[in-house]
Write a protein that binds this ligand. Sequence first.
Ligand code: PLP
Length: 796
Amino acid sequence: MQARQAAFPLLDPVLRTGEIGNLIRGVVPTVSGIAKGPRPERNMDIYLDANATTPVLPQARAAAIAAMSDDFGNPSSVHGTGLKARALMDAVRARAHRVLGVTHGQLLFLSGATEGIQTAVLSALTALRSRREGGEALPGLLLYGATEHKAVPEALRHWNTLLGLHLDVLAVPVDGSGRHDLAWLRERAGNAGLVCTMAANNETGVISDLDGIQDALSDSPALWLVDGVQALGKLPLRLNERRIDYAPFSGHKLYAPKGIGLLYVRDGAPITPLLAGGGQEGALRSGTENMPGIAALGAVLEQLEEGGTFKTSATLEAYRERLTEALTEAFPGIVFNAEPAMTLPTTLNFSVPGVPSSVLLDLFDAASIRVSGGSACGASKARPSDVLVAMGLAPWRSASAVRLSFGPATDMALIAAACERIRACGASLRDSCMTPDMQQHALPVDRITRYVVDGAVCYLVADPVSRRCVIIDPLPELTQPLTQWIRCRSHTLAAVLDTHGHGDHSSSAAALRSEVPEAFADGGDTDPLGWPLGLDDIRLGALRLTRLAIPGHTADSTAYVLDDGEGPQAVFVGDTVMPGALGRSDFPISAPLQFAPSLNALDRAVGRDTLLLPGHDYDSRYACTLNTEIPRQPLLAAALDGSMDALEFARAKAALERDLAPTEFQTMACGARVDRGGELAAVALTPGELDRRLEAGCAVVLVDVREPYEHRLGSPPALDRVARREAVALSALVNTIPQWLALGDDVELVFFCRSGNRSAQAARALRRLGLKRAWSLAGGVALWPARSDEQSPAAA
Ligand code: PLP
């Protein structure tokens, strides 16, 4: 039985923007193949995120099932059923002692490493508090490695406060290779009450120098906690020989289920129970034991002890070498963020110049390769990885980092399949002009492409026939991707325009012009906003850009009207009208008295239904029209219906803008938002609800809003009865909005993406623009609806 959501055909043809017209005319689009060599029929999941968790080994699954069915006893019961359970638990504990080489210490079963860490920290800090209460002078420091898993510093701070110790909690710095600064540690070790250093890092795989740390602690009174989570089954910790006091382990990182872990406590190390109750685990960890978990962990430990399932280090290193080769071939310029010689053979952490980790994660996920970001990606901005920041790596490396990790039971077939798909990922990225190697491609070109940085929006307007383009409101962060876009698609840059002199960010027009001088063909003189002197319009093939002065937000504010011969298609209005706000007009360079007349001029020039594309879009609303804003923005309504004159309007606006707070991006807000999220109506459609709508015969148009580099790698299977399927990336969404609005309320427009986040943006934007039946498929392709020809798991 295949996991239904994993079964994507690679390179499934999907319609792109611009091809929708073809579809309407009945022309079937073709997609050029990007992967060379045999084409896999089915795109099964390739799970390379073992440092996050692992699947459960078949033997472990069988042992857990036995412990839930035949041998379900409670080990505290004194009858036969209970005695069998106790015998099983004792045997697993004895095996754990053997596997971990522990003869002088205890191993407690508990729920996982986070609980093990809490117990160890509570134990050490309670002992310190008792010493203080006994009148002893305490060491002043609690130390933890700067790259520890969050559970460690958070537990230290939590228990330090709760127990009223108030010791200084300090991070031991690491060097560029991720290893602890032993000189720093040695200097402070004499004043430390507890030192926490992981055996191997979960993000980079960097192996700590435990002997060096032990040496640095030789004269220290500190207790020593070593987080052994990522080392279990991969690296001997020599717990008997080293003076380690506590070592937590977690079953789910090594093919046991979640919810079972071990805590090693050295003989003589203080221990305080975290959970008191029925007295299980020698009263050190009360609560009826998780017998299925213990049985499963026992089966994993058996494989470790008996051999056979887990590969040797040499084999794992050879696997990693294969993956490294494939990655290097796929992503020229790739850098690896840790030295292979110093890391677990099962972990690779890398960054690709110019490609943020969010893009790589989407790309890999589209190819059904499951990896994780070296950084936690927030909705709008990737948060750089704390681990890589602690290592002092360049910010771009922390922001672009990806972790690929596999378990020691992995086989060569999976590695080979992974390598093949990694190469396909590289090809897709190159074919989509997403890598800086500046190859030239005849790629489909969207009329308008939108780029957003911290809420500020830049547009690229292009015509594929004349190969001419214009950039509107360039941002410094975009110089490299825009240059890449222009070169890769061999376009001529007709102009770089600003809608006004910006207050919150600098324009990068000059940088862009000097970066692509060969593409800047019309390089004559321009006005300060970049408009070529002497021209009434800028022609991009059949497209025509004209300008309209709309002073107010600033005295130089200008709108650019895009006309395709059939009237205005879209207007780049800068900050004058944004979805939910009018641009602020309290700058020294503002012209508040001209604001209302400018709004009327815009109304006269383009009418109330033309799409207005804003210079800022803090809430991912994409576009608005005067008609969408009039009911939401009373000031705009008053200016347009003449109920306020220019002076009254300017006064009312000034009152609104008093004390305008910065945006969530900590940039200056470009307008007072009077309409915040009123359209947060539920747009999520569950796969079941979609199924029901299809069953009921509703007309459904499904739109893949993933980027081209993602849908080139494959799409979820077709669904029966879907009327139409389109692919329109979010970056090109504004092009298709008018066609979707024309669908009216008889059609269900269902957006989907990888996880449901991007599609929710698209659905909300369309709802706000008036389309009542815009939806986002909840869970994205990860929860794709079953096809009628697929078996349900129950039937398999
Ligand atoms: N320590 C390390 C190094 C880890 O990688 C993890 C899990 O990611 C933990 C601790 C927490 O383990 P658990 O999920 O068992 O609580």
